[in-house]
Write a new protein. Structure first.
Ligand code: XMP
Length: 513
């Protein structure tokens, strides 16, 4: 394994990304959890020191244990990681004072060959992305300079005899177009064969779950989303019937969704699934509620109560399975963000484990979303299931602004099904991050045949996004929109007007509430 010591850079995750693309298995650990004992136990084959927002001059500046440099393994320092290396190995770092550099820069070779740079300088200069205030002013003994930029005379430094390398720029970002080559060279000279595959991951994960769980019981809140589905399938492979899933049907699901999810897991994959039909309870408590945050809070609270009620029926359950992903883990250890404003209360079962005295099983903690999808495929989940758009925990409640009624939910389910059918038929589903219909709390007048109608208006939403944090509306053709509107109005009684939402995020959010 390769160890990435995280000093808090916004882009540390991208380093892991680049390494995974090279089929190298790595783990990111925050600097303050890495000490001598940790290093001994982890026994990394190579180490990368990430960038970070700090200055080596700051009081208590983040540092790795000195012993990392005595492991005898290749080390690559990036940006702040470079400064750390110079600081720890006898070089010198100076404060910014007019030499700060942010953005695009060009690095020129100094003429000496370096194994790390093989095949890198395709022309006489390479574009890189810089983001630093302080800079190295004297390199450590044993190091030489292999690349310079106008503001970073020590842009690329290295001591090939120890396989220590340190660069001032960020090779992991998109704006360093050939950065992947540096990582490739680094892992190759560290002896990685690039043989890390999903099959290997599956085998390791199954063994680790067996070891953790032993002969105890595990419960899992199955939502039908990709993450909880893959986690459940993996844990089932590891411990079989020791796993029980609870699928909470809150009456806010899409057309046929409950049957599809429960049917697939219960009948096709032989998982033990409890179908908790709590539609009356949820819709009863939501009756007359129109404030979005109140809706979210009611659903979140009931969900936990109900899950707990069913889980209590499973005697001797000691573990709770969760589909936590790598980005969630990193976010929770990152110290870059300040206090942030709550835009929406997100629906999750955090807090449950302590309340119920359960331990967590989180077999996806080391994976990115697309890797989870690959693992799902490896585990035999059907492709259409794995490629499904995200669906929020509060479900259709937040696609029904204003008061929620059974009638509105039924209309919404039908309209949504027609819309998604249209998108699939036109081959657009996989190009879109998320698409859905929202039913609006207004009725408008229309004319159908020779009669007057007075029905609900709806809005179609479709966005492209990479992570759901920012999004753009999808540019459907007018023909597609026209055809879809006609179909919805003809096929869905209760809707007589269709609009298309062209708001990006920000300033909008993806969901309507
Ligand atoms: P917004 O509407 O905040 O949504 O732009 C961003 C992404 O998050 C999903 N979403 C949720 N997912 N629980 C979830 O599991 C929630 O409470 C929740 N609220 C929004 C939303 O569908 C989109 O993919």
């Amino acid at each position: 394994r390769l160890l990435i010591i995280d000093f808090g850079s916004q882009v540390t995750q991208l380093i892991a990304r680049r390494l995974r693309e090279l089929s190298v298995f790595c783990e990111i650990h925050p600097f303050n959890t890495v000490d001598d004992a940790f290093l001994k136990e982890f026994a990394p084959k190579a180490v990368i020191l990430s960038g970070g927002p700090s200055s080596v001059f700051a009081d208590g500046a983040p540092m790795p244990p000195q012993s990392v440099f005595d492991l005898g393994v290749p080390i690559l320092g990036i940006c702040y990681g470079q400064q750390v290396m110079m600081h720890c190995l006898g070089g010198q770092v100076e404060r910014g004072h007019g030499t700060a550099e942010f953005g695009r820069a060009f690095v020129k070779p100094t003429g000496q060959a370096l194994d790390l740079l093989q095949g890198w300088f395709a022309t006489d200069r390479e574009q890189v992305w810089m983001s630093h205030g302080d800079h190295v002013s004297k390199i450590a003994p044993g190091f030489e300079v292999y690349g310079t930029s106008p503001n970073a005379p020590f842009a690329i430094t290295g001591d090939p005899s120890r396989h220590f390398y340190a660069v001032q720029f960020h090779p992991e970002v998109h704006h360093t177009p050939n950065g992947a080559r540096l990582y490739e060279n680094f892992v190759r000279l560290a002896g990685f064969k690039g043989d890390w595959t999903m099959r290997a991951y599956r085998e390791e994960a199954v063994a680790a779950i067996r070891e953790q769980v032993g002969d105890k019981k595990v419960i899992c809140a199955l939502s039908g989303g990709v993450d909880s589905s893959v986690a459940a399938a993996l844990i089932h492979e590891a411990v079989g019937d020791q796993l029980t899933c609870v699928f909470v049907d809150h009456g806010l699901l899409r057309k046929n969704e409950a049957e599809e999810v429960v049917g697939m897991f219960r009948d096709h994959m032989n998982l033990h699934v409890i179908h908790a039909d709590e539609v009356d309870l949820f819709l009863g408590e939501l009756d007359g509620v129109s404030d979005p945050e109140t809706k979210r809070k009611i659903i979140g609270r009931l969900f936990i109560d109900i899950f707990q009620k069913y889980a209590n029926q499973i005697e001797g359950a000691e573990f709770l399975a969760q589909g936590t992903l790598y980005p969630d883990v990193i976010e929770s250890v990152s110290f870059s963000g300040g206090p942030s404003v709550t835009i929406k209360s997100h629906h999750n079962v955090g807090g449950l484990p302590e309340k119920m005295g359960l331990k967590l099983v989180e077999p996806l903690r080391e994976l990115f979303k697309d890797e989870v999808r690959a693992l799902g495929t490896e585990l035999g989940l059907p492709a259409h299931f794995i490629g499904r758009h995200p669906f929020p925990g509060p479900g259709l409640a937040i696609r029904c602004p204003g008061e929620i009624t059974r009638q509105k939910l039924d209309i919404l389910r039908e309209a949504d099904a027609v819309y998604i059918d249209q998108i699939r038929k036109h081959g657009l589903y996989d190009e879109i991050w998320q698409a859905f219909v929202a039913i609006l709390p207004v009725r408008t007048v229309g004319v159908m045949g020779d009669g007057r109608t007075y029905d609900f208006a709806c809005a179609l939403r479709a966005v492209t996004s990479v992570d759901g944090m920012t999004a753009d509306y999808y540019p459907f053709s007018h023909e597609f929109l026209g055809e879809t509107a006609t179909r919805i109005i003809n096929e869905v009684p209760g809707i007589n007007r269709v609009t298309y939402d062209i708001t990006s995020k920000p300033p909008g959010t993806i969901e309507w509430e």
